[in-house]
Design a protein around this ligand. Sequence first.
Ligand SMILES: Cc1cc2nc3c(=O)[nH]c(=O)nc-3n(C[C@H](O)[C@H](O)[C@H](O)COP(=O)(O)OP(=O)(O)OC[C@H]3O[C@@H](n4cnc5c(N)ncnc54)[C@H](O)[C@@H]3O)c2cc1C
Length: 632
Amino acid sequence: MTSSPNTYQADYAVVGSGVAGLRAAIELSSSGSVLVLAKSNLSDSATAWAQGGIAVALSDEDEIALHEQDTLSAGDGLCRPESVALLVEEGPKYITQLIEWGTEFDRAGTKLAFTREAAHSRSRILHAHGDSTGREISRALLARAHKIPHLHLRAHSFTTSLILEEGRTVGVRFIDENDGSLHEVRALAVLLATGGLGQIYRETTNPEVATGDGMAIAYEAGAVLSDMEFIQFHPTALAIKGAPRFLLSEALRGEGGILRNILLERFMKRYAEAQELAPRDVVARAIVSEMHRTSAQHVYLDMTAKSAEFLQKRFPRIYSTCLGYGLDLATDMAPVCPAAHYMMGGVKTDLWGRTSIPGLYATGETADTGVHGANRLASNSLLEGLVFGARSGQAMTADRGYALDKLQNGAHPVKYKASTLPGNPAPRPDGHEHDGAGGHASGHATSAVNHSHSPGHSSGNSSGNSATSRSSVAHSAKLAAAAAASRSAATHSTKSAVSAAVPSWSARYSAKSATAVSAPREESVPSPAVATALAQIRDLMWRHVGIMRNGQELSAAVAFLDNMKLPHSERPGRHDYELSNLHSLALLMARSALAREESRGSHYRSDFPYRDDDLFQKHSLVQRAKDVTFQP
Ligand SMILES: Cc1cc2nc3c(=O)[nH]c(=O)nc-3n(C[C@H](O)[C@H](O)[C@H](O)COP(=O)(O)OP(=O)(O)OC[C@H]3O[C@@H](n4cnc5c(N)ncnc54)[C@H](O)[C@@H]3O)c2cc1C
């Protein structure tokens, strides 16, 4: 069956409704119409799962320079100092704005309450509703976005690829998962904010949406990706057989949690002076060593020095989730093991989210701004999403004139009529109503471009709370069923709103490229062949491209992936694309890890156990059909 994709027009297309995509979209809404695409529900993101908090140097006892220093130290010599400086200097401004927009961070009396986490030299982590920080940030940003008339949010829209013309990104293709229909959105600029790729590993804390789609899509289009060997493993995921790898936040150790091996010995003193508060990579490797030494599948996190009352108040979600597994953290030690958690590498960008392809921008966990170097400092990623999401929006706005010029004066000039979408509030595809957002309803982003770091014009050259969870899937399914009717109606009204605004120049594309209609959402489980291939990749990545690596195993992983034949589908749907994306990213990660013959940050090679600044104080770069190279 073939059909023409529906074509819409927006000034800007944003793929992803996590902290980075939403913050960028709000910024962009001050200069044009914005369409945000999300592949599941709008609040289905790593952002909404973030527990511990968001780091910012705002407390009386803290300094921006200390936050900067801690970030650089965790990055193990590979952070881009100018990115780190922007993160810590601009962080307070964007957090203050987030509070003005209605985000309710926890307070001690009237003052913001800051907690301390591993590798932070000060208490600088803001949290919300105890351990629901990401959910609260997501709520506040979605509430604000919903009030902006020309900002349209479209759930269940799986983005498959970029539309490129004359070397520029001019839009994206996506599948409406409700009916499997194919769509295109044409835009002056496209932002990829699709989050991380934790699902590439057998053991992960990440939600199901974290399949690295944005990175794979950008790679396929020819963009440069960098630092793909650097993935952070969280030391403490709940290790109960058959249960999902639910994250036990770093903040638990920040509040005095102790790690013990199965002989109940406190072991971290053998590995690091800072013991339980050492950087994540150090703690993760120490746990793996202890697991090997004691032939165990886990170690224990011991919170029993804390009262049930304290734990319930400070970590309500973690405490109750553990209780659901029969563990009372106040009296029982929790079995834990490491799991893949956060991708430091990604689509290489400049300080404004510009990639190596004109018209294409990336932000959040999808991007590699160089902020995290070889290892992310805990709680810096939500902040990165805010700061660099906003900056990407500013750059896309600043580059708008250039994009228009290219469009009107390129080899195939088209007349551009500025798009002004009708003033209806964006519908909520998941059927819920938000309220309680502070700030203005007008939707015009308040922060002007910071001229001291003005984005200027560029040619485009760059210089949960639970792990993948059957119960959370069941819960989502219930919510989805309850909201099905309103979602369907909402999706259609979004579609017609955007369609109505298609400017004349885009009409010429609407009959383009007849393509097979993909599998609709009712069939949204992977076929047995896809499920088998996925399991093979995840298992391989865990065993050979995991916490401890060596040349022999990495070479074996590259060879296996190179020779792997992916199942073919006549009607490719979401799972087929995700498999293909994960496969190409697995290869990039294995090849980059093999090329980096040293140990640094989260990348540990037992055959090259030391850091080698002479050869490798550089970023790895990968691009389609090219070998891995290194660049300072
Ligand atoms: C369990 C857990 C706890 C964490 N705790 C913390 C913490 O306490 N502090 C902290 O700073 N960080 C934490 N992190 C990391 C942090 O949550 C993420 O790095 C951050 O939220 C990423 O934000 P993002 O906007 O880049 O992506 P996400 O929030 O993951 O959003 C990605 C979006 O992209 C969409 N998407 C993906 N692919 C497609 C596609 N093909 N088509 C359309 N849409 C697509 C998804 O639907 C989603 O809307 C945690 C992560 C996890 C998993």
